[in-house]
Ligand binder design. Structure first.
Ligand code: MF3
Ligand code: CO
Length: 254
């Protein structure tokens, strides 16, 4: 969406605050022995308690086999995105866990994701997580009114290259605000000055997704979960922001 007045901004800020708070609590609840279904329930309950609506639950993009069945996407280790929470999936010490959550408040949609370890994790995995998070910051720093979508993709890709990591090309950021996904798609790679231009007041979700191995992914049997083909782990960080002439405001701070 394109922001049209201060009310839009206030509503989005409120939605973003709820999302940040819920995601923080969910990230803190990541422990060995916890099921991914329990984390999903926690997210959904907190969202509804705030008078908001989980926006991924029952979301069915064109081409999807069936609606997404949960509030929270939980993708563990070689799962890249859109992992479906399950009573059978018990988290283990050392797992790398991506939590991706969207909600709407009064019709205003925001989207955010973080990746955390169960327990202390390992140095190689930490490097992947740090780089993906750094790439999100680099993407945000490259975002400006009148700039190009390619500026953002290039900034994100540059971090992956420098760290020897791979960019998952099928997945990326998008505009947001009035729907779960809005155009344009924002690839996590590209060239400065290419692609669409960013208008004043646009609401965007940037979301670098990197792997520690090859970039190729496939979709699992459940038809939702993306997994790396080589079994390497993936990390995902996402924030929703509003871009105006006065700069970028992050609506979903970590
Ligand atoms: N969070 C994803 C994104 O950022 C969207 C998830 S769609 C769902 O684009 F249906 F899987 F929830
Ligand atoms: Co998103």
């Amino acid at each position: 969406m394109i922001l049209k007045d201060n009310n839009d901004l206030e509503q989005l800020r409120h939605a973003g605050k709820i999302l940040s708070d819920v995601l923080k609590v969910c990230a803190k609840a990541v422990h060995a022995g916890v099921t991914t279904a329990a984390l999903d329930l926690l997210a959904e309950d907190m969202i509804r308690a705030e008078g908001a609506i989980p926006s991924f639950l029952n979301y069915k993009p064109s081409g999807a086999a069936y609606p997404y069945p949960a509030a929270l996407c939980i993708s563990v280790n070689d799962e890249v995105v859109h992992g479906i929470p399950s009573e059978e999936h018990v988290l283990q010490d050392g797992d790398m866990v991506s939590l991706d959550l969207g909600l709407s408040y009064n019709g205003y949609f925001v989207d955010s994701a973080v990746t955390v370890f169960v327990g202390a994790g390992d140095a190689k995995g930490q490097k992947l997580m740090d780089a993906t998070r750094e790439a999100l910051s680099a993407g945000i720093a490259a975002t400006k009114v009148g700039g190009y979508v390619g500026d953002i993709g290039a900034a994100i890709e540059k971090v992956a290259k420098r760290k020897g990591l791979s960019v998952v090309e099928e997945l990326g950021g998008h505009a947001v605000g009035k729907h779960v996904h809005e155009k344009p798609f924002i690839a996590n790679f590209g060239r400065p000055g290419e692609g669409e231009r960013i208008p004043d007041g646009m609401v965007l979700a940037l979301e670098p997704i990197f792997t520690e191995g090859k970039k190729t992914v496939s979709v699992a049997e459940d038809q939702w979960t993306y997994i790396t083909r080589d079994g390497s782990r993936a990390a995902h960080f996402e924030q929703t922001l509003v871009v105006t002439k006065s700069g970028v405001e992050i609506l979903t701070p970590f």
